[in-house]
Design a protein around this ligand. Structure first.
Ligand code: CDT
Length: 320
C-alpha cells in the first residue's frame, strides 16, 4: 500500500455482541471480545468498535434500592485485571478499539463511559455519556426499567475528538446518536470517524412505539448525521435477548455519503468490516457542508440559549 493511500484508508470494524446474561462472568465476556478482535484483525481491521456497557448485561433495566448494590457492574479502573487480556491482545495484534463500560471513579462518580484505545494498548481518549435516557425512579408497573438517570451522572468531558492512526475519532454512546448536536460538535473539531456503542431495547416503556421504528429511527439518525457532517460512523449493538429482554441489532458502518456499507445479519456476536476511505468525507466537508463558508452561527443562538422549546421569537421586517 502506498503512503498516500494508507493515510486515507482505515480498516474499520464493528464487533457486535449478542446477549450478556446476568450469570455471565466478565472473563467469559472478555474471551468473546478477544475472539471478535482476532476475527476483525484477520479481516483487515485497524480499529474495532465494541458496544455500550460491553462488559455486563444492560443492568439499567433492573432496580436496586442502594446504588452500592450495583457496584459489581462498574469498573473501578480501566484497564483492570478482567479486561487486561483484551488490551494485551489488541497490542499484540496492533489494533485499536472503542470500549463502552460503566465507570465508578475513585471519588464515587458513576458514568456510562467509553475509552479509545490505540494500537499500542494505551487509553488515548475518554468519553462519558451526555444524553442519558430513561428515568431515575422505580417504575413499578413497567415490564422493565430504563434507569440510566439513576445509575449515571451526565458526562462531564464534552464531545472530545482524539487522534490515533492518523485519524481523528469522536466518540458517543447510544442515545447520543439521536441528537444532531453530538455530531456537529465533533465535526467542528475535525472529526473524521464517529464511534459508538448502543443497547436499544426492542420495547419502549415510555410509549407504545411500533417495534419496526426502533430499527428504522436508529438507521435514520446514523445515516443523516454521517452525511450532514461528512463523517464515517461505526455503530456497535449489544443485542438479542438478555435474560429474555430483547434488544435490536443492525450494527452498521455508514459512509459520509449517508450510505450503509456494512450491516450485521444476526443478533449474536458478529464482525462487520469496511475499508473506510477517509478522503470521501473531504468532498462533503469541502462542498455542500463546507462549514467555514456556509454555516451561519449568528442565526443558531437558540440552540445554546434554550434547552426545551419555547415561544416563537418575534420576526420583524420591512418590505423595502
Ligand atoms: N442505551 C440507550 O441509550 N438506549 C436508548 C433507549 C431509549 S428509550 C428509553 C436509545 O436511544 O437507544
Amino acid at each position: 500500500m502506498s503512503k498516500s493511500i494508507s493515510k486515507h484508508m482505515l480498516g474499520l470494524a464493528v464487533a457486535q455482541m449478542g446477549p450478556i446474561h446476568l450469570a455471565d462472568t466478565r472473563e467469559s465476556v472478555v474471551a468473546r471480545m478477544v475472539a471478535l478482535l482476532r476475527e476483525a484483525k484477520g479481516r483487515g481491521a485497524e480499529m474495532v468498535v465494541f458496544p455500550e456497557l460491553a462488559l455486563t448485561t444492560f443492568f439499567p433495566r433492573y432496580w436496586v434500592e442502594q446504588l452500592a448494590d450495583a457496584d459489581h457492574y462498574y469498573e473501578k479502573s480501566m484497564p483492570n485485571q478482567a479486561v487486561q487480556p483484551l488490551f494485551d491482545e489488541a497490542r499484540r495484534l496492533s489494533v485499536g478499539f472503542y470500549l463502552g463500560y460503566a465507570e465508578l471513579t475513585p471519588q464515587g462518580h458513576r458514568y456510562n463511559a467509553s475509552v479509545l484505545v490505540d494500537r499500542s494498548g494505551h487509553v488515548t481518549g475518554k468519553y462519558r455519556k451526555i444524553h442519558l435516557p430513561g428515568h431515575a425512579d422505580h417504575k413499578m408497573n413497567a415490564p422493565f426499567q430504563h434507569l440510566e438517570k439513576y445509575y449515571f451522572e451526565v458526562g462531564n468531558l464534552g464531545f472530545g475528538v482524539f487522534e490515533a492512526m492518523e485519524t481523528r475519532f469522536g466518540m458517543c454512546i447510544c442515545n447520543d446518536r439521536r441528537w444532531p448536536e453530538t455530531y456537529r460538535v465533533m465535526a467542528l473539531q475535525g472529526a473524521e470517524v464517529v464511534l459508538l456503542g448502543y443497547n436499544t431495547p426492542l420495547v419502549n416503556i415510555h410509549w407504545n412505539e411500533p417495534a419496526h421504528l426502533r430499527t428504522s429511527t436508529h438507521l435514520l439518525v446514523l445515516r443523516a448525521n454521517a452525511y450532514e457532517n461528512g463523517v464515517w460512523v461505526a455503530a456497535a449493538a449489544k443485542c438479542g435477548a438478555e435474560d429474555g429482554h430483547e434488544m435490536i441489532g443492525s450494527s452498521v458502518i455508514v459512509a459520509p455519503s449517508g450510505e450503509i456499507v456494512a450491516r450485521t445479519l444476526t443478533e449474536e456476536d458478529e464482525v462487520i468490516c469496511a475499508m473506510a476511505d477517509l478522503s470521501l468525507g473531504e468532498f462533503f466537508r469541502e462542498h455542500v457542508f463546507n462549514f467555514a463558508r456556509h454555516r451561519r452561527p449568528e442565526h443558531y443562538g437558540l440552540i445554546v440559549e434554550r434547552t426545551g422549546a419555547g415561544e416563537p421569537l418575534p420576526v420583524r421586517w420591512r418590505d423595502e
